[in-house]
Each structure stands twice: as C-alpha cells, then as structure tokens.
Ligand binder design. Structure first.
Ligand code: PLP
Length: 358
C-alpha cells in the first residue's frame, strides 16, 4: 500500500536517549530546556531572528490574529487547509475570500485589492504547497491600506524567498510541525515575526497571559508545547538537510516520469521552495476521479488537497471564488514522504499514464 503521506520516524534509540534526559530532569513542559533548544536550532537553521514553538499550527494562526488585534474583515484565500479560514472565524472575524491565481494557486493580489473595504483589517494568505505568494504585491497593498499581513506558512519549512526564509515576511508567519508535514514534532507549530514587541506579546499570550507569576497582562490561551514534542523535533532536526534533499529528488523523479501525462503542474518559483507536496492538476474532475479510482485499485492513496474550496464551506461561504472552486475539483496530491522509493514513484506514474492511455 502507498499512502499519500507517512510520518517520518527517526531511529527509536535516538528518541529514547532524549527521554532519558526528560526523566532525569523531571521537567515535562512549560518552556523546558528541549523546547528552548529546539527554538534555537530552528532559528539557526532557518536564519530567523525570532521563533516561538507552540502547540500546533492552528493555535499559531489564532494567536497571530489575536496579537495583531484584527477585527472585522480579513481577506483570505479559499484554497488552503480548513484551519486558515476557521481560525479567522474562531477569532470573531469575517473571512472574505479573494480568489487565487490559476498558475500558482496562491491568493491573487489583484483580487485582494478589489476585496478591500473600510472593515478590512488584515490579509491572511497561505504559501500553498510551500510555494511563496506574490509577497511584494501583497506587501504593497497592505502598506497602502494600512492593514496587517499574516502568512499561513504551514507548508514552508525550508522554503526561501529572495535568499531568506519565507517565514521572515509579513507581520507574522505561522508554521505547522504536524506529523504529516515535511519536518514534524508529532504535533506542533511555530509563530515567527521580526517584530520583537509582537513576539513578546505572543509569548505571554501562549502561556495564559502570564507576564510574571502573578501578573496577567492580557487574555491568553494555552499554546505551549512539551518536552516530548521538542525531543522529536530535535531528533528530526539532525536530518533536516536529508529530509529536504530527499523531497527534492523524489519531486524531480515524479516530474520526469510524468512528462507524457496530460496534467498541469503548479507554477513554482524554482529553487526557492521545499518540494513538500507533488500536486497535479487534471483537465477535468472526471479525469481526476478516473485516476483516483485506478490508483485506489492499485492500493495507492492520493489525496484531494485542497478540496473542497473553502468558499463552499457552509459556515464560511460568504462570497464565491470560481477559480478556487474549479481547481480544487481537479487537483490531486500524489504520495510523497521520506521513505517513498523510486520504484514506488515509478509505479504510481505507470498507473497514471496507463489510465490516460486507455
Ligand atoms: C497543517 C496545516 C495547518 C494546521 O496546522 P496544525 O499543526 O495541524 O494545526 C494550517 N494551515 C495549513 C495550510 C496546513 O497545511
């Protein structure tokens, strides 16, 4: 069986060694030494000035919205994971969908500009599949209208933009270290910003609003993460280079093996992204469903990601986004994970080419 993803597990002994330390110290959570060490390693590896390790990528988004004090309308992408939209609603704001660029599947800056009203306070954009948004254009719009920018960079471990980590752009970026992501800490996430004051605020916020043992300076939440999760992160960080290089190699093999297939690839900013997913866009939903069925018959499980378009969700469907609604019906992510072999990639490709030629 070939699944769309398979969490990476390091050698058990390496994790057990970390556990020995936790048992010795008897310090399980609340900004422990492993959490601090992981934050430092992530900052060094990715070249970031500030990073806070938090419980997951969803809470990271919620805290970003809260800390920036966004109210009213937030312009966001209909083509993302549900948490992008649900966190806006969870924070009492209204998501306004700006449709996507059909080539990159990222939010289209021209559509953002058109969606701005007096009630707009922010933009929440996703760097879809680890491929950077049109950051300059978004930045220009935000400055012009004096609104904030949050990037959902859940897919972006290792992605660079203009030679710097893509996490460094926008007012805040968030990441997810969920088990299915390229780099993971089982559950986990991060908040990243160059704004030191904002980071201080989020740090206080993620620990119930404690600013000193008896001082509650703001409404907080429990967004902390544990030593056990940090331990997984530290062990996985030892092979961060390998995780990224393997993905790139596998991605390029897919690309080569699928040359004859009538599908469309996403337009990437080559060399800057992390190859974390391998999406293919079919000509029609029928074509996609035919491929999906044939893959299933061969015990290969691809995933419709992202589907459905968030503009069709019952509690969020305020405005239509025809491009996102069309493409989400035709896009499929093929299996991609560290242990996936060349033979398995070739097998997936053979099945897809066979369906087309039938
Ligand atoms: C995974 C993901 C999230 C949520 O992250 P969790 O750590 O699972 O809470 C948010 N946005 C996008 C785009 C994601 O892929």
């Amino acid at each position: 069986m070939i699944n769309v993803t398979k969490p990476f597990l390091p050698p058990k002994e390496e994790y057990e060694e970390m556990l020995d330390g936790i048992w010795k110290r008897n310090w399980l959570t609340n900004s422990g030494p492993l959490v601090k060490k992981l934050e430092l390693q992530l900052k060094n590896y990715l070249g970031l000035s500030n990073l806070l390790f938090v419980s997951n990528g969803t809470v990271a988004l919620q805290m970003a919205i809260k800390a920036l004090e966004l109210k009213g309308e937030i312009i966001t992408t209909p083509f993302s994971f549900i948490a992008t939209t649900s966190s806006v609603i969870w924070e009492g704001c209204m998501p306004v969908f700006a449709d996507i660029d059909p080539d990159t599947l990222n939010i289209d800056p021209a559509k953002i500009e058109a969606a701005i009203t007096d009630a707009t306070t922010g933009i929440l954009a996703t760097h879809v599949y680890g491929n950077p948004c049109d950051i300059e254009a978004i930045d220009k719009i935000a400055k012009k209208h004096n609104i904030k920018v949050i990037y959902d960079a859940a897919h972006c471990f290792g992605t660079k933009y203009n030679g710097r980590s893509v996490f460094e752009y926008g007012d805040v970026s968030t990441c997810s270290f969920h088990a299915t992501k390229l780099f993971h800490t089982i559950e986990g996430g991060a908040v990243i910003s160059r704004d030191v004051e904002l980071m201080k605020k989020i740090e206080v916020m993620h620990n119930f609003g404690f600013n000193g043992p008896e001082d509650f300076s703001c409404v907080g939440i429990n967004g902390k993460n544990s030593e056990f999760h940090a331990a997984m992160g530290l062990v996985n960080m030892r092979r961060a280079d390998d995780l990224l290089a393997t993905r790139k190699r596998q991605y390029e093999r897919y690309e080569k093996m699928l040359e004859g297939l009538e599908i469309r690839h996403i337009k990437y900013r080559k060399g800057e992204f992390n190859y974390s997913y391998f999406p293919v866009i079919f000509d029609s939903e029928e074509g996609l469903l035919r491929a999906l069925d044939e893959l299933k018959a061969n015990r290969i499980f691809a995933r419709r990601y992202f589907y459905p378009s968030l503009s069709t969700i019952s509690y969020a469907s305020l405005n239509a986004a025809p491009i996102s609604e069309d493409i989400s019906k035709r896009v499929l992510c093929l299996p991609l994970y560290f242990d996936l072999t060349n033979e398995e990639i070739d097998f997936v490709c053979d099945v897809l080419i066979r369906v087309q030629n039938r």
